[in-house]
Design a protein around this ligand. Sequence first.
Ligand code: UDP
Length: 331
Amino acid sequence: MTVLVTGGAGYIGSHMVWELLDAGESVVVLDRLSTGFEWAVAPEAKLVVGDVADKELVGGIIRDSHVDAIIHFAGSIVVPESVADPLAYYENNTSKTRTLIETAVREGVSHFIFSSTAAVYGGAGLEPVREDARLAPESPYGLSKLMSEWMLRDAGLAHDIRYTALRYFNVAGADPRGRTGQSTPGATHLIKVACETALGKRPFMQVFGTDYPTPDGTCMRDYIHVSDLAAAHRLALQRLRAGGQSLVANCGYSHGYSVLEVIESVRRAFGRDFEVKMGDRRPGDAAAVVANSDLARAELGWTPQRDDLDQIVADALAWERILTSKNSARG
Ligand code: UDP
């Protein structure tokens, strides 16, 4: 039995590959390498460079490698980009996922794990959000993922395929063993941006908005360590293989930190100050987005091991340093 990981050369996908290999699984990665990196794929995994919508290619991988499960990370993830170019997002995230599900059904792959997002909820409040909350994506990105969830639901009713869609909150950190981390240039995510600023890769960073209805006026998010997220996928795989029914579950820690708290944590980890400017709100940001993760804990038996902001930040900073030396070695 082999697990096919799409987007396995990317940030979360590359962690997933290590998680699976550490658990003794056989892994094939399918990645276009448009934003991922060949070096990010663990050497024990087989890398196929190609597109998830290439039916012949994917069908061949499934047959040749005896794939029994697909974990589908490949996709576009930048919210403002999805607003500027929605059709590209519907193509890359929704259409291609449709084709991949079709191939899975045709080839008899009956386990499918899908990377969804908290963006399906739209602006959540300060209260942790449950899976049965109102679904109101505020961006083409969120909608492109929600449509994929719906396609999986309907395919699951019509065909022999069971799925788990995990709705990620704010994924951050890096492999505690320093094997992989967030490496895509032009990052916009808070912890990565703060680490880059601390290390002098940016002259300063900005806090986007200080007048939100939160305790310190800055936005609150539920930051989850990427290794805990990968572990949730592994448990989801086990559960599906054991006959578990389809499931949609949040992946977060159920508590939030403000932008200022995150920056303080980066200052602590770095040991020195760096320049932070207070700026205007970033369009489209909700005041707070925090998961209720009871379902993942109950259904997957998921017990997060790294629910500690300082640890997430320390791992992210350590990876940022590794990345600096990798990039300078490459010239
Ligand atoms: N943020 C910020 N400065 C930055 C990047 C992000 O103040 O340079 C804030 C952003 O406004 C949001 C939070 O940090 O409130 C998390 O943003 P991120 O882009 O990491 O994730 P999102 O929640 O948008 O998916």
